[in-house]
Design a protein around this ligand. Structure first.
Ligand code: GDP
Ligand code: IMO
Ligand code: MG
Length: 497
């Protein structure tokens, strides 16, 4: 009897210690995606045993580099894969089997034939071509396009809520799979018929539409399922709870960001998942009290792809896209960009306008989306948005990536507040509607930057004084300590404070 009390006491004490030491941590995006979440997860991933994706789908593109400089872009698989860690795809992920299999093989090739250890939750919503057709229908019909990634994320989330469509676990019950695929097909049949009618009438938008039968969809899914790693589909919630009880450290990797969260982002110009920190609990089934460290990732210059408001945007989005498409050769690494960048940097230091800033930083940062290769529109640092993001995420700390982008610049504009209808918004407050946020005017201050190239610096004390002051001013405005700073795309280009 005494012994069992001692064991219980020991278990409780150990749980408290584990929670206190941040046994489970979540990393989420602060702006509108592409902040460098993958790089941060990779940078701190060595300290964790298991890395878990809890939301989003193949719309995400998280870039990491292996120590020998090979690039890995993860869409569904967590970035811990580059460390050879156990990876988990939680129930909150909208799962495309064909994208996963392609990514799994691509990554194994980059890792020199080593197959990653990976578990997928049996309850993940499963993609079918019907989801993609429905998304295409919705985007074609609407006036103000969302500019989705085309991965059917909205359709997957919507039909899941309507309780239509298959789950990953159905791949092992062919009859149930067929039933669920057929139900979805029947639900969408009137729309499919309309699409085919438009195709027949010669409507250009619909010329490529092909509607597979439910039997074809099921056959394809079952064929692909044979290539899944053995025994990889499990109940990941109980797996994770067991690992936590064994004292393993878990890192939960978010996709998208606060600005793209379906509730707290700039609706309707959002993705369809729960990308704020609470989504980590929903998407893994882990109780909220276990997730004691919440790191939000912001970048020195935020970006946006697709449509939607962007209060501190540098330049006109369509012009930026047109510039990028015309000068695509400048958006890949190489020396041919050097002259172009030097010229623009000089213009910036002589007081160049926003257009010059957008072109310079876009080319310098090779700002192309990791999933769709679309040109990203850039903005100035946006403190009101970061403050709001810290609040909706409950951030306990922050990572600031791409600080190296500001080297060699005399000073940079930073949005310090929002003005709406002539009045300054109180810190942390945001207009509920994206259309109102679009009317907000950002109020800027000029903050000094630094001459020295800080690329690759990994120690706080090696940063120039102005860079340290820059960080401290952001911390003060956002109210969250910046504990990780990115100084380049590589794994080692990271300062941990
Ligand atoms: P994610 O979706 O949030 O993981 O971000 P992406 O991978 O889509 O985009 C971030 C881009 O910034 C990638 O190309 C990264 O290699 C790059 N990156 C991340 N951190 C840094 C940094 O500190 N400095 C620089 N120069 N690039 C970075
Ligand atoms: P990561 O995880 C940047 C954007 C799309 C579009 C909107 C809706 O790499 O940061 P969707 O296909 O999700 O229905 O598109 O959301 N979007 C992202 N933008 N980074 C992402 O992910 C994104 N995921 C979705 O561009 O505007
Ligand atoms: Mg990305």
């Amino acid at each position: 009897m005494k012994k069992s009390w001692a064991i219980r006491f020991w278990l409780i004490l150990r749980s408290i210690c584990n929670i206190w030491r941040g046994q489970v941590m979540v990393v989420v995006g602060a702006y509108w995606g592409d902040e460098g979440k993958g790089k941060v997860v990779d940078g701190i991933g060595r300290l964790y045993d298991i890395i878990v994706r809890f939301g989003g789908g193949a719309n995400a593109g998280h870039t990491v580099f292996t120590p020998d400089g090979r690039k890995v872009v993860c869409h569904l698989i967590p970035c811990g894969v580059a460390w050879g860690k156990t990876c988990v795809i939680g129930r909150g992920v909208l799962f495309s089997l064909s994208s996963f299999l392609k990514e799994y093989l691509d990554i194994a090739m980059v890792l020199g034939g080593v197959m990653p250890v990976i578990y997928i939750d049996t309850g993940c919503t499963l993609f079918t071509p019907y989801h993609r057709l429905f998304e295409f229908w919705g985007e074609t019909l609407r006036n103000g396009k969302i500019g989705t990634t085309g991965r059917a994320i909205g359709a997957l989330a919507a039909f899941d809520k309507l309780r239509y469509g298959p789950k990953v676990g159905d791949l092992f019950s062919p009859l149930r799979l067929e039933e669920r695929v057929t139900e979805l097909y029947c639900l969408l049949l009137p729309i499919f018929e309309e699409m085919l009618e438009r195709k027949e009438k010669g409507d250009e938008d619909f010329k490529d539409v092909v509607i597979p039968t439910p039997q074809e969809v099921v056959a394809q899914l079952l064929l692909e399922a044979q290539n899944l790693p053995k025994d990889c589909v499990i109940d990941t919630r109980s797996f994770l709870l067991k690992q936590i009880a064994l004292g393993k450290k878990i890192l939960l990797e978010g996709a998208q960001a606060a600005g793209l969260d379906s509730k707290w982002g700039t609706w309707p110009f959002v993705s369809a998942g729960d990308s704020v920190a609470v989504g980590a609990s929903l998407g893994t089934g882990l109780p909220m009290y276990l997730i004691t460290r919440i790191m939000m990732v912001g970048k020195a210059l935020p970006s946006r792809v697709g449509s939607g408001p962007f209060p501190s945007e540098m330049w006109d989005r369509d012009l930026m896209i047109a510039f990028g498409e015309e000068h695509m050769h400048l958006f890949s690494p190489g020396r041919r960009r050097d002259g172009f960048l030097a010229g623009l940097r000089e213009q910036i230091n002589m007081g160049g306008n926003n257009e010059v800033h957008a072109k310079y930083f876009g080319v310098l940062g090779l700002e192309l989306g990791a999933s769709t290769s679309r040109v990203r529109s850039l903005g100035f640092s946006d403190l009101p948005w970061l403050r709001y993001s810290a609040e909706v995420n409950g951030a306990t700390e922050m990572a600031l990536t791409r600080l190296d982008m500001l080297s060699g610049i005399g000073s940079i504009k930073v949005a310090v507040s929002y003005k709406y209808n002539g009045e300054i918004f109180p810190p942390g407050q945001m207009p509920v509607s994206a259309f109102d946020l679009d009317k907000v005017e950002a109020v800027y201050e000029d903050w000094p930057c630094w001459e020295e190239d800080i690329s690759g610096i990994s120690k706080w004390r090696d940063l120039p004084r102005e860079a340290r002051a820059f960080i401290k001013r952001i911390e003060a405005a956002v109210g969250v300590p910046i504990t990780v700073i990115g100084t380049g795309p590589g794994r080692e280009a990271l300062i941990r404070r």
